[in-house]
Design a protein around this ligand. Structure first.
Ligand code: NAD
Ligand code: UD2
Length: 358
């Protein structure tokens, strides 16, 4: 089902009124209200992470409504059976109408690029922070709990590793500053308006359907694409910089568990593995998965780049009850299988999280 900016939604949005409160301050809506099937609004549900989340929700029998402007997401990634509203999360009327009748919202829509934020500070701010406030405001009016994507970018460069949630926040980009802003407005949503939220600070997420040809692609999708095509890879710097690469199914597990952990105290949790992987080791492992020897060209380090990013997963594992994260090699095998299958969208796999040929 597809809607494109319908006028009727804008008219209905004017009738957006506060609804009676189904939850008490600090109480979890979902654990106290067992329902056979729930309807979730997923902003950014046609994107990389959003499409995996929608597939998991539909797979467990829930209903999904997606709000996405298809700027980096694709309709080919809309999970079969979901409703799609093509619209801008920065438009409060659209968001308020999309929130109607839902039991929960997962807010993933964003311009997920540090570089875009450098070039278009105000434009990315409108989506990444004003859009998030529009979601929180509509959630307040509609009485809906919100789980939203924050980022490791809020930490900036840290001396003490691994990075616990309590570490000082020093965002070094407009993107990171806006994500930190989301967390602070979520606190306002809880304290002032009684809206339950949970923020999840994703570290470097990877998996099938992360577009390797996008200018904002993560290193894993780029390396898997190059090596599986018979090419070589570029490493920026000496390759000893490290990242905490978390597989997308572990992010989905955190989001699903997070729907039960939203509270008016506006908790925030890391989503990470706690395992540091150097970019050089990554290149060698991807080459091995592709059955190749690693052909690497070393160039200058990226300006302003963080040397090490490693999250502490203990708190989120305890709060969300998460198991051991997927191993790097196992996750890489799924990405390479997806690339070799011709990068199918979610629709082409019938809504299954598994790529064709995997
Ligand atoms: P993505 O670009 O694949 O998904 C973002 C989705 O939001 C896309 O479908 C896009 O079309 C949609 N969108 C963008 N602007 C919009 C707007 N104005 N209105 C409506 N929809 C809009 O990125 P992703 O990697 O799936 O990221 C999802 C979330 O996770 C983002 O909030 C991102 O900041 C966050 N995050 C991602 C990573 C990562 O490693 N991928 C790390 C940290 C945080
Ligand atoms: C990630 C996010 C960014 C922000 C940041 C927060 C992506 C794409 N970017 O940036 O949005 O949240 O984390 O800390 O998820 N590299 C190479 N060769 C390549 C590409 C990358 O050597 O062809 C290196 C790069 O210099 C870096 C590492 O690989 O050291 C990871 O790069 P990335 O762009 O995947 O992610 P990162 O951590 O810079």
């Amino acid at each position: 089902m597809l809607s494109r900016w319908p006028d009727s939604w804008h008219r209905r949005a004017h009738a957006c009124r506060r609804l009676p409160t189904p939850y008490a301050r600090g109480k979890d809506l979902f654990s106290g209200n067992p329902k056979l099937m729930s309807l979730f609004l997923i902003t950014g549900g046609c994107g990389f992470i959003g499409s995996h989340l929608c597939a998991a929700l539909v797979g467990r029998g829930d209903k999904v409504r997606v709000l996405d402007d298809l700027s980096t997401g694709s309709e080919a990634n809309l999970v079969p059976g979901a409703e799609l509203i093509v619209g801008d999360v920065g438009n409060p009327a659209t968001v308020c109408a999309a929130m109607e009748g839902v039991d929960g919202c997962v807010h993933l829509a964003a311009i997920a690029s540090v570089e875009r934020g450098v070039r278009d500070w105000l434009g990315t701010h409108r989506v990444n922070l004003s859009g998030s406030i529009a979601v929180l405001d509509a959630a307040r009016l509609r009485r809906v709990p919100v789980v939203y994507a924050s980022s490791a970018a809020i930490y900036g460069d840290q001396v003490n590793l691994p990075i616990a949630e309590s570490a000082p926040k020093r965002p070094l980009s407009a993107y990171g500053a806006d994500k930190l802003g989301c967390e602070q407005h979520a606190l306002v949503a809880g304290v002032v308006h009684g809206t339950p939220t949970l923020g999840l600070r994703f570290f470097n997420v990877f998996g099938p359907r992360q577009d390797p040809r996008s200018p904002y692609s993560g290193v894993i999708s780029i390396f898997c694409d190059r090596f599986s095509q018979g090419g070589d890879v570029d490493i920026f710097g000496d390759g000893e910089q490290t990242r905490d690469f978390v597989f997308v199914s572990d992010v989905v597990a955190a989001l699903l568990a997070g729907l039960k952990a939203a509270s008016t105290e506006a908790p925030v949790l890391n989503v990470c593995t706690g395992r540091p992987i150097s970019v050089r080791h990554l290149a060698e492992t991807v080459a091995a998965v592709c059955g190749r020897s690693a052909t690497i060209q070393y160039g200058s380090p990226r300006a302003g780049e963080i040397r090490h990013s490693l999250g502490d997963p203990h708190r989120s594992r305890a709060v969300l009850g998460l198991g051991e994260p997927r191993g790097l090699r196992e996750g890489l095998e799924e990405v390479v299988a997806w690339l070799r299958a011709g990068r199918p969208g979610l629709r082409a796999t019938g809504g299954s999280a598994q790529p064709i040929g995997a």
